[in-house]
Design a protein around this ligand. Sequence first.
Ligand SMILES: NC(=O)CC[C@H](N)C(=O)O
Length: 200
Amino acid sequence: MTSAPRVGVLALQGGVAEHASMLRELGAEPVLVKTAEQLTGLDAIVLPGGESSTMDRLLRLFGLRDPLRDAVLGGLPTLGTCAGLILLASGIEDPAPGQQSLEVLDVTVARNAFGPQTASEEVTLAWGGGGDVVRAAFIRAPAVTRTGEGVEVLARHRGEVVAVASGAVVGISFHPELTGETAVHRHLLSLVAARRGLPA
Ligand SMILES: NC(=O)CC[C@H](N)C(=O)O
């Protein structure tokens, strides 16, 4: 029997607990990541929602930005949700003053593209090309306004791109962890299985 995949959840700020409990529910071992050392031995990582400019500042303050960037570029299966997608993006249309990103996913994002907190909504979206749907919560969500070469579009909402994948990196604008939607986390775990050479 293989061991449970160890999946990091970046735990500097934002919706950490919901991702950790969903990963546990799916048989993975969540690892809260606050230091570069805690990146060692992970099978995958989740960058949660929250406030991307705050997470960016904390990543740099705690010396985590470059090690995390190296891990993602090295092929670590990665899921960024909402602010996490903004962190992954190579470009931000409307960054907060001084805001940077990891530049590991060749997309440009526009922050808060679906309106303010009060415009939050829960919707069902088509996911991938195979007839699957996901239940998604949008909270001050970004939209993807440009996709680079090799970036696959997995979902759209109101005509805007809200889920993308490139290699082992998946970025989504919405929050599946708040609706009990497991499909996106299962997708991340299937990337781990593929990397380990096991059937998903
Ligand atoms: N729910 C979220 O993660 C919101 C993201 C937020 N608008 C940001 O720019 O970081």
